[in-house]
Design a protein around this ligand. Structure first.
Ligand code: GLA
Length: 396
Protein backbone atom coordinates (compact mmCIF):
# COMPACT_ATOMS: atom_id res chain seq x y z
CA UNK A 1 0.00 0.00 0.00
CA UNK A 2 1.25 3.47 -0.84
CA UNK A 3 2.57 5.11 2.28
CA UNK A 4 1.59 8.66 3.13
CA UNK A 5 4.22 11.09 1.82
CA UNK A 6 6.01 13.50 4.20
CA UNK A 7 3.92 16.49 3.10
CA UNK A 8 0.74 14.50 3.70
CA UNK A 9 2.09 13.25 7.04
CA UNK A 10 2.28 16.86 8.16
CA UNK A 11 -1.36 17.43 7.19
CA UNK A 12 -2.41 14.29 9.07
CA UNK A 13 -0.49 15.47 12.11
CA UNK A 14 -2.01 18.99 11.97
CA UNK A 15 -5.54 17.66 11.63
CA UNK A 16 -5.08 15.25 14.50
CA UNK A 17 -3.71 18.05 16.69
CA UNK A 18 -6.58 20.37 15.80
CA UNK A 19 -9.01 17.60 16.72
CA UNK A 20 -7.37 17.01 20.09
CA UNK A 21 -7.35 20.71 20.91
CA UNK A 22 -10.95 21.31 19.82
CA UNK A 23 -12.60 18.23 21.25
CA UNK A 24 -10.18 17.14 23.95
CA UNK A 25 -10.09 13.52 22.75
CA UNK A 26 -8.30 11.33 20.19
CA UNK A 27 -9.85 10.65 16.78
CA UNK A 28 -9.74 7.85 14.24
CA UNK A 29 -8.18 9.12 10.99
CA UNK A 30 -9.19 8.37 7.42
CA UNK A 31 -7.85 9.46 4.07
CA UNK A 32 -9.53 9.66 0.70
CA UNK A 33 -7.75 10.58 -2.56
CA UNK A 34 -8.62 12.89 -5.43
CA UNK A 35 -8.84 11.43 -8.93
CA UNK A 36 -7.71 11.82 -12.49
CA UNK A 37 -9.42 10.36 -15.53
CA UNK A 38 -7.28 9.00 -18.35
CA UNK A 39 -10.09 8.81 -20.89
CA UNK A 40 -13.90 8.47 -20.97
CA UNK A 41 -15.14 11.98 -20.24
CA UNK A 42 -18.86 12.64 -19.66
CA UNK A 43 -19.53 8.98 -20.36
CA UNK A 44 -20.35 7.97 -16.77
CA UNK A 45 -23.86 9.46 -16.68
CA UNK A 46 -24.48 7.94 -20.12
CA UNK A 47 -23.95 4.43 -18.71
CA UNK A 48 -20.66 4.25 -20.58
CA UNK A 49 -17.08 3.35 -19.69
CA UNK A 50 -14.54 5.47 -17.80
CA UNK A 51 -10.86 4.99 -16.96
CA UNK A 52 -10.04 6.98 -13.80
CA UNK A 53 -7.46 6.48 -11.04
CA UNK A 54 -6.93 7.80 -7.52
CA UNK A 55 -4.01 10.20 -7.07
CA UNK A 56 -1.62 11.15 -4.30
CA UNK A 57 -3.56 14.18 -3.13
CA UNK A 58 -5.82 13.60 -0.17
CA UNK A 59 -8.62 14.66 2.10
CA UNK A 60 -7.83 13.68 5.68
CA UNK A 61 -10.75 13.25 8.05
CA UNK A 62 -10.46 12.93 11.83
CA UNK A 63 -13.57 11.67 13.56
CA UNK A 64 -14.89 10.35 16.87
CA UNK A 65 -18.42 9.50 18.03
CA UNK A 66 -20.27 11.75 20.47
CA UNK A 67 -22.69 10.70 23.19
CA UNK A 68 -25.49 12.87 21.78
CA UNK A 69 -27.09 13.49 18.38
CA UNK A 70 -25.01 16.50 17.40
CA UNK A 71 -22.60 16.81 14.51
CA UNK A 72 -19.67 19.19 15.09
CA UNK A 73 -17.46 19.81 12.06
CA UNK A 74 -14.35 21.95 11.73
CA UNK A 75 -12.81 22.68 8.33
CA UNK A 76 -9.06 23.06 8.65
CA UNK A 77 -8.84 24.77 5.25
CA UNK A 78 -11.58 27.33 5.89
CA UNK A 79 -10.87 27.60 9.64
CA UNK A 80 -14.62 27.50 10.09
CA UNK A 81 -17.05 25.44 12.19
CA UNK A 82 -20.49 24.02 11.60
CA UNK A 83 -22.73 22.49 14.23
CA UNK A 84 -26.05 20.76 13.66
CA UNK A 85 -28.13 17.87 14.89
CA UNK A 86 -28.87 14.52 13.25
CA UNK A 87 -32.55 15.26 13.58
CA UNK A 88 -32.35 18.61 11.75
CA UNK A 89 -30.24 17.95 8.69
CA UNK A 90 -30.54 20.70 6.12
CA UNK A 91 -28.44 22.46 3.49
CA UNK A 92 -25.94 24.65 5.38
CA UNK A 93 -25.80 27.70 3.12
CA UNK A 94 -22.00 27.59 3.02
CA UNK A 95 -21.41 24.47 0.91
CA UNK A 96 -18.37 22.91 2.60
CA UNK A 97 -20.38 21.16 5.35
CA UNK A 98 -22.89 19.86 2.79
CA UNK A 99 -20.55 17.17 1.45
CA UNK A 100 -20.46 15.63 4.92
CA UNK A 101 -24.07 16.28 5.89
CA UNK A 102 -25.27 14.96 2.52
CA UNK A 103 -23.58 11.63 3.22
CA UNK A 104 -25.04 11.43 6.74
CA UNK A 105 -28.46 12.20 5.26
CA UNK A 106 -28.16 9.44 2.66
CA UNK A 107 -27.05 6.93 5.29
CA UNK A 108 -30.02 7.83 7.50
CA UNK A 109 -32.35 7.42 4.52
CA UNK A 110 -31.19 3.79 4.39
CA UNK A 111 -32.36 3.37 8.00
CA UNK A 112 -28.80 2.80 9.15
CA UNK A 113 -28.15 4.07 12.67
CA UNK A 114 -25.46 6.68 13.22
CA UNK A 115 -24.80 8.74 16.34
CA UNK A 116 -23.46 12.26 16.66
CA UNK A 117 -19.82 12.82 15.68
CA UNK A 118 -16.99 15.31 16.05
CA UNK A 119 -15.03 15.89 12.83
CA UNK A 120 -11.99 17.86 11.67
CA UNK A 121 -11.04 17.61 8.01
CA UNK A 122 -8.77 19.19 5.42
CA UNK A 123 -6.24 18.19 2.81
CA UNK A 124 -4.15 19.03 -0.21
CA UNK A 125 -6.45 18.34 -3.18
CA UNK A 126 -6.61 21.69 -5.01
CA UNK A 127 -10.20 22.92 -4.95
CA UNK A 128 -11.97 23.86 -8.18
CA UNK A 129 -9.25 22.16 -10.24
CA UNK A 130 -11.44 19.24 -11.29
CA UNK A 131 -9.64 16.73 -9.09
CA UNK A 132 -12.78 15.82 -7.14
CA UNK A 133 -11.94 17.15 -3.71
CA UNK A 134 -15.65 17.13 -2.91
CA UNK A 135 -16.00 13.45 -3.85
CA UNK A 136 -13.02 12.72 -1.59
CA UNK A 137 -14.74 14.45 1.35
CA UNK A 138 -17.91 12.44 0.71
CA UNK A 139 -16.05 9.14 0.35
CA UNK A 140 -13.97 9.75 3.49
CA UNK A 141 -17.16 10.50 5.43
CA UNK A 142 -19.03 7.45 4.14
CA UNK A 143 -16.07 5.15 4.82
CA UNK A 144 -15.49 6.59 8.28
CA UNK A 145 -19.13 6.33 9.40
CA UNK A 146 -19.31 2.78 8.03
CA UNK A 147 -16.37 1.65 10.10
CA UNK A 148 -17.21 3.73 13.20
CA UNK A 149 -20.78 2.50 13.48
CA UNK A 150 -20.45 -0.97 11.88
CA UNK A 151 -23.00 -0.12 9.17
CA UNK A 152 -22.06 -3.13 7.04
CA UNK A 153 -22.04 -1.23 3.73
CA UNK A 154 -19.78 -2.50 0.95
CA UNK A 155 -17.47 -0.30 -1.13
CA UNK A 156 -19.90 0.06 -4.04
CA UNK A 157 -22.65 1.11 -1.63
CA UNK A 158 -20.30 3.66 -0.06
CA UNK A 159 -19.43 5.13 -3.47
CA UNK A 160 -23.13 5.31 -4.42
CA UNK A 161 -24.08 6.94 -1.11
CA UNK A 162 -21.37 9.55 -1.77
CA UNK A 163 -22.67 10.17 -5.29
CA UNK A 164 -26.24 10.45 -3.99
CA UNK A 165 -25.06 13.06 -1.46
CA UNK A 166 -23.67 15.13 -4.33
CA UNK A 167 -26.80 14.62 -6.49
CA UNK A 168 -29.44 15.16 -3.82
CA UNK A 169 -27.91 17.37 -1.16
CA UNK A 170 -25.34 19.44 -3.04
CA UNK A 171 -27.45 19.43 -6.23
CA UNK A 172 -24.80 18.48 -8.80
CA UNK A 173 -26.12 15.71 -11.03
CA UNK A 174 -22.74 14.01 -11.45
CA UNK A 175 -22.18 10.40 -12.47
CA UNK A 176 -20.43 7.77 -10.35
CA UNK A 177 -16.88 8.13 -11.69
CA UNK A 178 -15.34 10.42 -9.06
CA UNK A 179 -16.69 8.63 -6.02
CA UNK A 180 -15.91 5.23 -7.49
CA UNK A 181 -12.31 6.20 -8.26
CA UNK A 182 -11.77 7.70 -4.82
CA UNK A 183 -13.16 4.58 -3.13
CA UNK A 184 -11.73 1.84 -5.38
CA UNK A 185 -8.34 3.36 -6.32
CA UNK A 186 -5.35 0.99 -6.47
CA UNK A 187 -1.66 1.82 -6.61
CA UNK A 188 -0.37 2.03 -10.20
CA UNK A 189 -3.67 0.81 -11.63
CA UNK A 190 -6.33 2.49 -13.71
CA UNK A 191 -9.93 1.49 -13.13
CA UNK A 192 -11.94 0.48 -16.17
CA UNK A 193 -15.45 0.99 -14.84
CA UNK A 194 -18.58 0.04 -16.69
CA UNK A 195 -21.12 2.57 -15.42
CA UNK A 196 -24.05 0.45 -16.54
CA UNK A 197 -23.20 -2.78 -14.73
CA UNK A 198 -20.65 -1.41 -12.20
CA UNK A 199 -18.27 -4.14 -13.31
CA UNK A 200 -14.71 -2.96 -13.04
CA UNK A 201 -11.23 -4.15 -13.90
CA UNK A 202 -7.86 -2.82 -12.90
CA UNK A 203 -5.56 -1.97 -15.80
CA UNK A 204 -1.84 -1.73 -14.96
CA UNK A 205 -0.25 1.65 -15.51
CA UNK A 206 3.39 1.36 -14.62
CA UNK A 207 5.21 3.16 -17.35
CA UNK A 208 8.90 3.63 -16.72
CA UNK A 209 9.51 6.15 -19.46
CA UNK A 210 6.38 8.30 -19.33
CA UNK A 211 4.54 10.13 -16.60
CA UNK A 212 1.25 11.86 -16.11
CA UNK A 213 1.30 15.53 -15.26
CA UNK A 214 -1.57 17.96 -14.79
CA UNK A 215 -1.54 21.57 -15.89
CA UNK A 216 -4.06 23.61 -13.92
CA UNK A 217 -5.53 26.57 -15.83
CA UNK A 218 -6.56 28.02 -12.47
CA UNK A 219 -9.86 29.08 -13.97
CA UNK A 220 -13.34 27.78 -13.31
CA UNK A 221 -15.89 29.48 -15.55
CA UNK A 222 -19.27 30.05 -13.99
CA UNK A 223 -20.98 28.05 -16.74
CA UNK A 224 -19.61 24.81 -15.35
CA UNK A 225 -22.49 23.35 -13.35
CA UNK A 226 -25.41 24.64 -15.44
CA UNK A 227 -23.72 23.46 -18.65
CA UNK A 228 -23.03 20.08 -17.03
CA UNK A 229 -26.69 19.50 -16.25
CA UNK A 230 -27.64 20.79 -19.71
CA UNK A 231 -25.30 18.26 -21.41
CA UNK A 232 -26.96 15.50 -19.43
CA UNK A 233 -30.38 16.61 -20.64
CA UNK A 234 -29.20 16.82 -24.25
CA UNK A 235 -27.93 13.26 -24.08
CA UNK A 236 -31.23 12.11 -22.57
CA UNK A 237 -33.11 13.88 -25.37
CA UNK A 238 -30.99 12.06 -27.95
CA UNK A 239 -31.91 8.75 -26.30
CA UNK A 240 -35.62 9.66 -26.41
CA UNK A 241 -35.40 10.34 -30.15
CA UNK A 242 -33.84 6.93 -30.72
CA UNK A 243 -36.25 5.16 -28.38
CA UNK A 244 -39.19 6.03 -30.64
CA UNK A 245 -37.72 3.55 -33.12
CA UNK A 246 -35.64 1.35 -30.82
CA UNK A 247 -37.39 1.03 -27.46
CA UNK A 248 -34.63 -1.34 -26.31
CA UNK A 249 -32.13 1.55 -26.22
CA UNK A 250 -31.94 2.58 -22.54
CA UNK A 251 -29.03 5.02 -22.81
CA UNK A 252 -26.34 6.14 -25.24
CA UNK A 253 -24.49 2.98 -24.24
CA UNK A 254 -26.79 1.01 -26.55
CA UNK A 255 -26.88 3.66 -29.29
CA UNK A 256 -24.92 3.25 -32.54
CA UNK A 257 -23.62 5.90 -34.92
CA UNK A 258 -26.15 4.68 -37.49
CA UNK A 259 -29.03 5.27 -35.07
CA UNK A 260 -27.75 8.78 -34.42
CA UNK A 261 -27.51 9.49 -38.15
CA UNK A 262 -31.01 8.24 -38.82
CA UNK A 263 -33.01 9.46 -35.84
CA UNK A 264 -31.14 12.31 -34.16
CA UNK A 265 -29.30 14.20 -36.89
CA UNK A 266 -32.41 15.19 -38.85
CA UNK A 267 -34.10 16.42 -35.65
CA UNK A 268 -31.42 18.47 -33.95
CA UNK A 269 -27.81 19.13 -34.91
CA UNK A 270 -26.59 20.11 -31.43
CA UNK A 271 -28.09 17.02 -29.80
CA UNK A 272 -26.52 14.95 -32.56
CA UNK A 273 -23.06 16.41 -31.89
CA UNK A 274 -23.32 15.75 -28.16
CA UNK A 275 -24.46 12.18 -28.70
CA UNK A 276 -21.94 11.41 -31.42
CA UNK A 277 -19.10 12.50 -29.16
CA UNK A 278 -20.38 10.19 -26.39
CA UNK A 279 -20.81 7.13 -28.62
CA UNK A 280 -17.30 7.60 -30.03
CA UNK A 281 -15.83 8.28 -26.59
CA UNK A 282 -17.23 5.06 -25.12
CA UNK A 283 -15.57 3.16 -27.98
CA UNK A 284 -12.34 5.09 -27.36
CA UNK A 285 -12.23 3.85 -23.76
CA UNK A 286 -12.54 0.26 -24.97
CA UNK A 287 -9.79 0.79 -27.53
CA UNK A 288 -7.61 2.61 -25.01
CA UNK A 289 -7.70 -0.35 -22.63
CA UNK A 290 -6.41 -2.56 -25.45
CA UNK A 291 -3.63 -0.02 -26.17
CA UNK A 292 -2.63 0.17 -22.54
CA UNK A 293 -2.69 -3.58 -21.96
CA UNK A 294 -0.36 -3.85 -24.97
CA UNK A 295 1.85 -1.01 -23.62
CA UNK A 296 1.06 0.98 -26.78
CA UNK A 297 1.27 4.36 -25.12
CA UNK A 298 1.72 6.36 -28.30
CA UNK A 299 -1.55 5.03 -29.71
CA UNK A 300 -3.25 5.77 -26.40
CA UNK A 301 -1.86 9.31 -26.47
CA UNK A 302 -3.42 9.93 -29.89
CA UNK A 303 -6.78 8.97 -28.46
CA UNK A 304 -6.33 11.56 -25.69
CA UNK A 305 -5.97 14.25 -28.38
CA UNK A 306 -9.09 12.91 -30.15
CA UNK A 307 -11.04 13.14 -26.90
CA UNK A 308 -9.97 16.74 -26.48
CA UNK A 309 -11.10 17.60 -30.00
CA UNK A 310 -14.49 15.99 -29.34
CA UNK A 311 -14.95 17.80 -26.03
CA UNK A 312 -13.98 21.09 -27.66
CA UNK A 313 -15.89 20.88 -30.95
CA UNK A 314 -18.83 18.56 -30.35
CA UNK A 315 -19.52 18.42 -26.64
CA UNK A 316 -18.43 22.06 -26.28
CA UNK A 317 -17.25 21.93 -22.68
CA UNK A 318 -13.70 23.22 -23.18
CA UNK A 319 -12.56 26.84 -22.86
CA UNK A 320 -9.78 28.95 -24.33
CA UNK A 321 -7.40 28.31 -21.43
CA UNK A 322 -7.73 24.51 -21.75
CA UNK A 323 -7.45 24.67 -25.54
CA UNK A 324 -4.35 26.81 -25.24
CA UNK A 325 -2.61 24.30 -22.97
CA UNK A 326 -3.42 21.34 -25.22
CA UNK A 327 -2.44 23.23 -28.38
CA UNK A 328 0.79 24.36 -26.84
CA UNK A 329 2.05 20.86 -25.99
CA UNK A 330 0.79 18.96 -29.02
CA UNK A 331 3.84 19.54 -31.25
CA UNK A 332 6.44 18.34 -28.79
CA UNK A 333 7.51 14.86 -29.95
CA UNK A 334 7.88 13.86 -26.27
CA UNK A 335 4.20 14.56 -25.58
CA UNK A 336 2.23 11.41 -26.31
CA UNK A 337 -1.17 12.83 -25.45
CA UNK A 338 -2.96 15.72 -23.79
CA UNK A 339 -6.55 16.72 -23.20
CA UNK A 340 -8.84 18.62 -20.90
CA UNK A 341 -9.97 16.52 -17.97
CA UNK A 342 -13.22 16.34 -15.98
CA UNK A 343 -16.41 18.33 -16.40
CA UNK A 344 -14.78 21.21 -18.33
CA UNK A 345 -14.92 25.03 -18.47
CA UNK A 346 -11.67 25.18 -16.52
CA UNK A 347 -9.66 22.92 -14.26
CA UNK A 348 -6.75 20.87 -15.54
CA UNK A 349 -5.36 19.27 -18.66
CA UNK A 350 -3.87 15.80 -18.30
CA UNK A 351 -0.65 15.15 -20.20
CA UNK A 352 1.28 11.97 -20.92
CA UNK A 353 4.89 13.00 -21.41
CA UNK A 354 8.30 11.33 -21.67
CA UNK A 355 10.06 11.69 -18.33
CA UNK A 356 13.21 13.19 -19.80
CA UNK A 357 11.35 16.15 -21.31
CA UNK A 358 8.89 16.70 -18.48
CA UNK A 359 10.54 19.66 -16.74
CA UNK A 360 11.37 21.48 -19.97
CA UNK A 361 7.83 21.14 -21.32
CA UNK A 362 6.18 22.08 -18.04
CA UNK A 363 8.37 25.20 -17.75
CA UNK A 364 7.82 26.27 -21.36
CA UNK A 365 4.09 25.74 -21.10
CA UNK A 366 3.83 27.76 -17.90
CA UNK A 367 5.75 30.63 -19.51
CA UNK A 368 3.67 30.57 -22.67
CA UNK A 369 0.43 30.42 -20.65
CA UNK A 370 1.36 33.45 -18.63
CA UNK A 371 2.55 35.41 -21.68
CA UNK A 372 -0.45 34.63 -23.85
CA UNK A 373 -3.28 34.21 -21.38
CA UNK A 374 -2.00 36.61 -18.72
CA UNK A 375 -2.53 34.01 -16.00
CA UNK A 376 -0.37 31.65 -14.04
CA UNK A 377 -0.70 27.91 -14.41
CA UNK A 378 -0.07 25.32 -11.70
CA UNK A 379 1.75 22.06 -12.30
CA UNK A 380 0.89 18.79 -10.52
CA UNK A 381 2.93 15.66 -11.20
CA UNK A 382 0.71 12.79 -10.01
CA UNK A 383 1.15 9.18 -9.00
CA UNK A 384 -1.58 6.61 -8.78
CA UNK A 385 -2.46 5.37 -5.32
CA UNK A 386 -4.87 3.27 -3.26
CA UNK A 387 -8.39 4.48 -2.53
CA UNK A 388 -10.14 5.58 0.68
CA UNK A 389 -8.81 3.93 3.82
CA UNK A 390 -8.36 4.14 7.56
CA UNK A 391 -5.02 5.54 8.72
CA UNK A 392 -5.31 5.35 12.49
CA UNK A 393 -7.98 3.76 14.65
CA UNK A 394 -8.86 5.64 17.81
CA UNK A 395 -6.87 4.34 20.73
CA UNK A 396 -4.08 2.79 18.63
C1 GLA B 1 -17.38 15.56 -13.28
C2 GLA B 1 -18.45 14.63 -12.72
C3 GLA B 1 -18.20 13.18 -13.17
C4 GLA B 1 -18.02 13.10 -14.68
C5 GLA B 1 -17.02 14.15 -15.16
C6 GLA B 1 -16.93 14.21 -16.66
O1 GLA B 1 -16.13 15.24 -12.71
O2 GLA B 1 -18.44 14.68 -11.31
O3 GLA B 1 -19.26 12.35 -12.73
O4 GLA B 1 -19.24 13.21 -15.34
O5 GLA B 1 -17.33 15.45 -14.70
O6 GLA B 1 -16.42 13.02 -17.17
Amino acid sequence: MKTIMPEDAQIVHDIEQTFKTKYNSSPSLFCSPGRINLIGEHTDYNNGLVLPAAIDKYIILAIAPREDNEVHIFSQDYQDSYITSLTHIQVSGKLWPDYIMGVIDEIQKLDKKVRGVNIVFGGNIPQGAGLSSSAAVECATAYALNSLFGLDLNSLELAKISQAAENEFVGVKCGLMDQFASTFGKENKLIRLDCETYEYKYIPFDTNDYSLILFDTQVKHSLASSAYNERRQQCEYGVQLIQKHHPEVRSLRQASLEMLDKFVKPQDEITYNRCEYIVREIKRVEDSCIDLLGANYSQFGKRMFQTHAGLRDQYEVSCEELDFLVDHVKDYPEVLGARMMGGGFGGCTINLIENKAMDKIADNTAKAYSQTMGKSMKIYPVSIVDGTRMLIKKGE
